[in-house]
Design a protein around this ligand. Structure first.
Ligand code: AMP
Ligand code: ZN
Ligand code: FE
Ligand code: FE
Length: 283
């Protein structure tokens, strides 16, 4: 079938088995091609180890691949997630910082599992189920509890057991958002703030915070995302445009781990071309 103008565009936020998605990068590439999209970015949490598989599969399916990553950060009492596109895989400062974050995630997750083990029959080995995962988070704990038959799916475990404030919840080490933006920029990447109006928060990210982050080098804002609360978007769209931030759209696909479907929202090809011009690793 001929691609229509409407179908073209990139899904700029997806997760694979290399972090907390449930499908391989190659499956994401195949599905993006089947949808008739122009291409996609793989943005696994704290790791770029899925890039090679994604790149090869994208080439095979005749679609475009934009390399990316998602970093959990903290700023002014919030926990913004930062997408970084086209970073150099050789940047020591950024990857040293990510290694620290991944190690801290292991300690944090094992402490959470110690708490959960008191009430549910799961083990640390159950949580570390997949060989591919380079980083461990609440989704992996959730999957172990689902496999053990305690919950129907990941979302149910998050709602009942793993939400912030739950007796089983422990926070994880996060970089300051402005510092993460600096690291991404210095690694030749383009930083975009993810799901700035996520419905799990009590409010969208304040415009004052966005101004501070733009001053630190933030380039874009993921205004189109399935978890953004629609009522918060108009003000955010106007305000972020005034600050000079570029809007993007994506699905935050996690395979079976979340209801988000590939291509739920997309980013125009022209925006991706602009990103590529600025990056150390455009493909
Ligand atoms: P962590 O970084 O370990 O605290 O886990 C956060 C990750 O869990 C997010 O990046 C999402 O991928 C995932 N997540 C958050 N809330 C939910 C939910 N309600 N259902 C499924 N996955 C979720
Ligand atoms: Zn995730
Ligand atoms: Fe996120
Ligand atoms: Fe994500």
């Amino acid at each position: 079938m001929e691609r229509t103008e409407k179908q073209r565009g990139f899904d700029l936020h997806t997760h694979s088995v290399f972090s907390d998605g449930t499908t391989r990068p190659s499956e994401i590439a195949a599905d993006v091609a089947a949808l008739g999209l122009s291409g996609f970015a793989l943005t696994d949490h704290d790791t770029i180890d899925g890039w090679e598989e994604a790149r090869e599969a994208a080439a095979m399916h005749g679609i475009d691949f934009l390399p990316g990553i998602e970093i959990t950060t903290k700023f002014a009492g919030r926990s913004p997630h930062l997408l970084g596109y086209g970073i150099s895989p050789d940047d020591e400062e950024l990857f040293d910082a990510l290694a620290v974050v991944r190690r801290a995630r292991l300690t944090r997750a094992s402490k959470m599992v110690d708490l959960i083990k008191k009430d549910f029959a799961i083990t640390w080995e159950d949580v570390l189920g997949s060989e591919d995962a380079r980083t461990v988070g609440r989704p992996h704990i959730a999957d172990a509890l689902v496999r053990a038959g305690y919950f129907i799916d990941r979302s149910a475990v998050f709602a009942e057991l793993l939400y912030p404030g739950s007796p089983y919840y422990i926070g994880t080490l996060a970089m300051d958002t402005a510092e993460a933006i600096r690291l991404v920029r210095e690694a030749g990447g383009v930083p975009v703030i993810a799901h700035p109006a996520a419905n799990r928060q009590s409010a969208a990210i304040p415009l004052a915070d966005l101004e501070a982050l733009a001053a630190a080098g933030l380039w874009g804002i993921e205004l189109d995302h399935p978890e953004n609360r629609a009522e918060w978007i108009p003000e955010l769209r106007t305000g972020s445009a005034d600050i000079g931030l570029i809007p993007t759209g994506s699905s935050d696909f996690h395979g079976a781990g979340k209801p988000n479907r590939l291509g739920d929202f997309t980013t125009p090809e022209t925006t991706v071309a602009a990103i590529r011009k600025m990056t150390a690793t455009p493909r």
